[in-house]
Design a protein. Structure first.
Lengths: 351, 351
DNA sequence: ATGAAAGCGCTAACAC
DNA sequence: GTGTTAGCGCTTTCAT
């Protein structure tokens, strides 16, 4: 409504310090070719006047926008928010990403995009045109979407791909899902389990396959069968119930199950309850994600912890380093997941 | 790094449609004085070219920034994120706020500010200067902070105060905490409780007092004592334990307790467990907030549900309406909290 | 109803 | 090392 102009502009600072706009600009952007005393004088004026550069104006004249976009899947994110099941993926992204942004004078903006929509391109172009972000963070299931990757690459926008191993444009960051699945599986093997079931995530998440790979690898290394022990889920509670029932309906049901996410683990817990199977006495259970609620279920769940905040922080650092023209590694950054032991995994019943 | 210019600008559209910049601008901003046919022609060019206005440029020339800032308390928000206790305040703000923003072509940016710091003013001015937001949403405990309110008012920025009843600059929105506390208290009274304890929140949150008021009012209306039944907490788990112990140490301990937030309710539950007091058999418990975890505790908690998403959505609508010069109500918007019954409240033991 | 010109705050390119 | 100039993409005036 109100005609709002910047109260203190670079002009005011320049006048106050008795220098040219350019010199002020140089000080702001920490550019060379300013005598220390000049720099000091300008900085004093800036502080005294409380001057803060306008991002819009900076962006207009072709410099950075100091904005980093974090892309998340619209459908799933909204469903998580609505469902209020404690999924704190976005919060952890903000914790790691936003705080790291702030350290460098950047801001992070959460942006939701449709996975399956064909106007994903239009959506993204719209966001880019409107905001002109300096960088973009891709999260599963978008991290290896060729449409998005090419678009970002063509626009010469720095971007990070969380949950990806692929080389190519953009920085890959991974929590090493394959290793995480091995961690979980091996823990169960160590406890004495021989038949360990696995509930997989949906195929449009690359990490789903990696987790299955990890489980397969551990089983193979221990000389254990996997036939009939893999069930397909889609990360939803309903699919988890179906998968758990499928596994437990077998003639030789598993004595332990690893679920690819918390919702499906919760579903497995409920299926157990329905069937009179007690966890962990009759069935051991390990989940992926370690969202808050799994600490409050009965029993609390042994789980794979995803270091989302840490990964988001690293992603932001990579983008900013790239923006600054600094060298960035071109191999995937690995921030390994860990296993937290709680009360849902125990040795199998010796019957 | 890369010199990134807008791919498609208003100029391209103007050229493509064979009209002046001004006409395109008018179409974009839905201004009057454009013949329908012109409008159509321009719109076609816009669609074909995939043109999206640059927020930075719009902002530069003195119009809106289409940015709304959601201010949250830095310390508490970060603690919540780190603690991973399932607090989903920010998520619910995003759910209601961001989606409503999107409907109107706005974006929401989460901003953290220090409550107690004296550079709160500098911080806020910095955010305003850098981002030039069209609106700001204040959340407790900032909703009635005179420093912030005056600053925003002086800058003629539309703002909403969530969890406030005060008239004055900015739009007040409330979940009617007083009524919510009555709801909880009366439910316990209806169950037959006579001695109902209350664990209050910290004084720097206005809503803390309102909740106490509600409890007092209900108790008084039912002719019940409140002496010795009020304990002070600060929303932390630790303070909740202390408060619960204090209440239960009395000669005539309460048979029911209302806690001003989930953490303190959880703490009360734990204190009960430590003292061999079973909920709800020996002690009924109602919590405020209804964050995800209280559905998974044993027993699950009867709780006051805060319609945060709804309030955030309304706040955004008010700001946008104000921006558009539309009339906005100057009385507080009330989005009442509700009570969800679970398993932590039952009739008192008849001993 | 439409167009032309001026300028928003800042930086890049080029002078000095 | 520092200043000057010319835009960036858009919305305001103000003409027509």
């Amino acid at each position: 409504m109100a005609r709002r102009r910047q109260a203190v502009t670079i002009k005011h600072v320049a006048a106050d310090a008795g220098v040219s706009l350019q010199t002020v600009s140089r000080v702001i952007n920490k550019e060379p070719n300013v005598r220390p005393e000049m720099k000091l004088r300008v900085q004093e004026s800036i502080d005294r006047l409380g001057y803060v550069p306008s991002i819009a104006a900076q962006r207009m004249s072709g410099s950075r926008s100091y904005l980093i976009l974090a892309l998340n899947d619209r459908e799933r994110t909204i469903a998580d928010w609505r469902g209020r099941q404690g999924t704190d993926w976005v919060d952890q992204m903000l914790l790691g990403g936003m705080l790291t942004c702030a350290e460098h004078g950047y801001r992070m903006i959460i942006e939701l995009v449709d996975t399956h929509s064909d106007h994903i391109e239009r959506e993204l172009l719209g966001a880019i045109a409107a905001l002109q972000p300096d960088g973009v963070i891709l999260t599963p299931p978008h991290s290896e979407n060729p449409l998005i990757i090419n678009l970002l690459h063509d626009h010469k926008i720095s971007f990070a791909r969380i949950g990806s191993l692929k080389a190519g444009p953009g920085f890959a960051l991974t929590m090493d899902d394959e290793r995480a699945a091995r961690l979980a599986t091996e823990h169960l093997i160590d406890l004495g389990h021989r038949r360990i079931g696995f509930i997989a995530g949906p195929a449009d998440y690359e990490l789903s396959a990696w987790r299955v790979d990890g489980w397969r690898a551990s089983m193979a290394a221990a000389g254990l069968e996997t036939a009939g022990l893999l069930a397909q889920g889609d990360f939803s509670f309903a699919s988890g119930k179906q998968a758990a029932n499928h596994l437990l309906d077998q003639d030789a049901p598993p004595s332990a199950i690893v679920a690819s996410n918390d919702q499906m683990a919760l579903a497995t817990l409920e299926v157990g309850r329905e069937r009179g199977i007690e966890v962990p006495r009759d069935l051991s259970l390990i989940s992926f994600d370690d969202t808050p609620i799994v600490r409050f279920t009965h029993p609390s769940l042994t789980a794979v912890v995803q270091p989302i905040a840490e990964v988001a922080a690293r992603a932001v650092e990579l983008i900013i380093a790239d923006q600054a023209g600094r060298e960035v590694p071109d191999t995937p950054i690995v921030v390994p997941a860990t296993l937290v032991l709680r009360n849902s995994a125990a040795p199998p019943r010796s019957d």
